[in-house]
Design a protein around this ligand. Sequence first.
Ligand SMILES: Nc1nc2c(c(=O)[nH]1)N[C@H]1C(S)=C(S)[C@@H](COP(=O)(O)O)O[C@H]1N2
Ligand SMILES: [Mo]
Length: 316
Amino acid sequence: MLIRTTPTIPTREITDERLYLDRRAFLRASVGVAAGGVAGALLPTDEAFAQAAIPNVKKSNLSTTGEKLNAFEDITSYNNFYEFGTDKGDPKANSGRFKPTPWTVKIDGEVGKPGDYTLEDLLKRFPLEERVYRLRCVEAWSMVIPWVGFPLGDLLKVVEPTSKARFVEFTTVQRPAEMPGLRYPVLEWPYREGLRLDEAQHPLTLMAVGLYGKTLLNQNGAPLRLVVPWKYGFKSIKSIARIRLTEKQPQTSWNMSAAQEYGFYSNVNPQVDHPRWSQAKERRIGEFLRRDTLMLNGYADQVAALYKGMDLKKNY
Ligand SMILES: Nc1nc2c(c(=O)[nH]1)N[C@H]1C(S)=C(S)[C@@H](COP(=O)(O)O)O[C@H]1N2
Ligand SMILES: [Mo]
């Protein structure tokens, strides 16, 4: 993706990383006895133990089947979360100070029931499902991830969109003291994304709170992030602090940075190349040969109707 400056990591982040490594050592020590007798293959990493297992998760029939899941280790160590740095290892290395609890999401704009909703409110109200989805990054790599979450559409029903609501704007929390990447002007902060209301209400659109059966790690967007599986990964905004329903199409951080490269729709489309590279193929993380990229990331049967009559080359 477009990077205006290449930040170097100042000494303070090196200290952060050391603290983080200390935390890992502590976790390893505290689970060491329990882990000792179990085969290593069953133990993705020590971080997995630090996360709470989520009870009462039902497997969804909207899951992608027949594809090998990416390893927990891949999903939690190869990330894009520019608030923690622009290298793939930065989100894991630099997010140790981020505090995902307690958490509230402000929901406002064109809704009948605006308010501050706590994460507990949401978890009590909406049954959680496991959904396996492909995640296709605009950088032409992909993963298969078993998310835990609830449909965004269920939440939208509860807040009652007004007749004027046509779009949904999402904003990531902005905490410079906990997010060292915010000091670099690589994107328009806070990170913003948007969907058309009907895209947001589509049954595939998920609010994720976990993966592999456990609560999200900071690098994956704890405690609450969006997952829109037929769009490029950058639409799946992390650590959401605000959801605003609007009449007009909202601004999005990537579009503000490079409008000719990142459009509002950003649907996965192997026939529409990025101005600087082809989108026809992708590298599945963990595989050697590249795969063909699928129209709408393989979800065309479910979502193509949303774009009926639209020119997807113009509305990229
Ligand atoms: N707030 C925020 N959300 C974000 C990003 C980011 O930099 N900041 N990166 C996006 C991009 S480019 C991708 S590919 C996915 C990656 O999600 P993952 O690290 O959980 O696989 O998160 C998206 N959500
Ligand atoms: Mo991405």
